[in-house]
Ligand binder design. Structure first.
Ligand SMILES: Cc1cc2nc3c(=O)[nH]c(=O)nc-3n(C[C@H](O)[C@H](O)[C@H](O)COP(=O)(O)OP(=O)(O)OC[C@H]3O[C@@H](n4cnc5c(N)ncnc54)[C@H](O)[C@@H]3O)c2cc1C
Length: 290
C-alpha cells in the first residue's frame, strides 16, 4: 500500500523538537530509522499528520562510557551496536543481539530508541535491556526521566513514555568479570522476528550463580522476566540439575498466548529449549557435553 499524504520536518536540536511539538501537538510523531513507522503508515496502523525527523539531533547520538555505565544514544543503529568496541566490551549482550535483528538494510537504519519505543513483543532489544537491568533515559520539553527498563514496557506495543516524551538514551551497567550473558532465539528463517527468544544475564559468584535475569521475547505482550527460573538458579553450580530446575520453574513464569506461530504449548516447549541452549553456553565443557 502507498503511504498516506503526510507532512515531514526535520528537527536539528531538542529545542527545535520541543518547538515543533508545541506547534503541532499530537499530530506530530517522531521518525528515527523509519523501519517500523513507515511500514505502519503504509498499512494505516498509525495516522500522524507530521513526521518529525530526529536523526540529526546530536544529543541523541553516541556511545560513551560514564563511570560504571555505558550510555547508548537513542539514535544508535542496530548495525552500530553490532560493531561498536565499547558495546562489545561493556554490554556484549547487545552486540550479540544486534545481528539477530532483521536484515542488514534494516539494521543499517533501525535505531535502539525506535526499537524500545515501538516495544514489539518479539523484538530482541527490549528483552536485552530488561536482562541487563538498564535504565531508559527520556527527554521532553518538561524535562527528562530515568525509567528502569523493567518498568518501561507496560503492555502490547505500550511503554511508560508520556505524550511528547522521547527516549534520549539507554544506560547499561557495565559487565564485570563475573557477568555472563547470551541471547538465543528460534525463528523460521534467518532475519525473521523470533517465534521465541531468550536474553540472559547472570552474575557469577565463583562457580555458583549469584543472580540471574532470564528475559523471554515472543512469548507474551512484552519482554517477560522469568523471575522464578532466575531464582531457581541462584546459589547453584550450573549443572544439569540447575538447568532442569530453571526449566521446571517456567511453568509459573510464562503464560504465552497462541499466535501465528503456534499454540501456547509450543511456546512453552521452545522456552525450555532456549533455557537449555543459553545455560549450556555458561557451563564448564564437561557439563555441557553431558
Ligand atoms: C522486515 C522487517 C523485519 C524486522 N525484523 C525485526 C526483528 O527481527 N527484530 C527486531 O527487533 N526488529 C525488527 N524489525 C524492526 C526494526 O528493528 C526497527 O528498526 C525498529 O523496531 C524501529 O526502529 P526505527 O529506528 O526504525 O524506528 P521508527 O520506525 O522510526 O519508529 C518506530 C516507533 O518508535 C517511535 N520512536 C522512534 N525513535 C524514538 C525515540 N527516540 N523516542 C521515542 N519514540 C521513538 C516512532 O515515533 C515510532 O512510533 C524489523 C523491521 C522490518 C521492516
Amino acid at each position: 500500500m502507498k503511504w498516506p499524504a503526510i507532512g515531514y520536518v526535520r528537527a536539528d536540536s531538542l529545542d527545535d523538537l520541543w518547538r515543533i511539538q508545541a506547534e503541532h501537538g499530537a499530530a506530530a510523531q517522531v521518525l528515527a530509522g523509519g523501519q517500523t513507522l513507515l511500514a505502519t503508515l503504509a498499512f494505516r496502523l498509525s495516522d500522524p499528520k507530521l513526521l518529525v525527523d530526529i536523526t540529526r539531533i546530536a544529543a541523541l547520538r553516541g556511545v560513551e562510557l560514564q563511570g560504571g555505565v555505558l550510555r547508548i544514544g537513542a539514535l544508535t543503529r542496530h548495525a552500530e551496536l553490532a560493531r561498536d568496541g565499547l558495546v562489545a566490551a561493556h554490554a556484549p549482550l547487545l552486540a550479540e543481539a544486534a545481528p539477530l535483528i532483521a536484515h542488514p538494510a534494516i539494521r543499517n537504519r533501525g535505531t535502539i530508541g525506535g526499537s524500545l519505543a515501538y516495544a514489539d513483543p518479539a523484538a530482541e532489544l527490549p528483552a536485552c535491556v530488561v536482562a541487563l537491568g538498564a535504565t531508559i533515559v527520556t527527554a521532553s520539553a518538561a524535562g527528562g526521566r530515568r525509567i528502569p527498563a523493567a518498568a518501561f514496557f507496560t503492555g502490547l506495543l505500550e511503554t511508560a513514555l508520556e505524550p511528547g516524551e522521547i527516549i534520549a538514551a539507554v544506560e547499561v551497567p557495565v559487565a564485570t568479570q563475573a557477568t555472563r550473558s547470551a541471547i538465543r532465539e528460534v525463528a523460521r528463517r534467518s532475519g525473521d522476528y523470533a517465534m521465541a527468544g531468550l536474553a540472559a544475564s547472570l552474575e557469577m559468584d565463583g562457580a555458583r550463580v549469584g543472580a540471574a535475569r532470564l528475559v523471554f521475547f515472543g512469548v507474551g505482550a512484552g519482554p517477560v522476566l522469568a523471575a522464578r527460573a532466575g531464582a531457581a538458579l541462584q546459589g547453584r553450580v550450573l549443572d544439569g540439575a540447575a538447568v532442569a530446575a530453571a526449566q521446571a520453574s517456567l511453568a509459573q513464569d510464562l503464560d504465552p498466548p497462541a499466535d501465528m506461530h503456534g499454540p501456547p504449548e509450543m511456546k512453552r516447549h521452545l522456552a525450555r529449549v532456549l533455557v537449555q541452549r543459553v545455560l549450556a553456553g555458561f557451563q564448564p565443557e564437561t557439563e555441557a557435553a553431558a
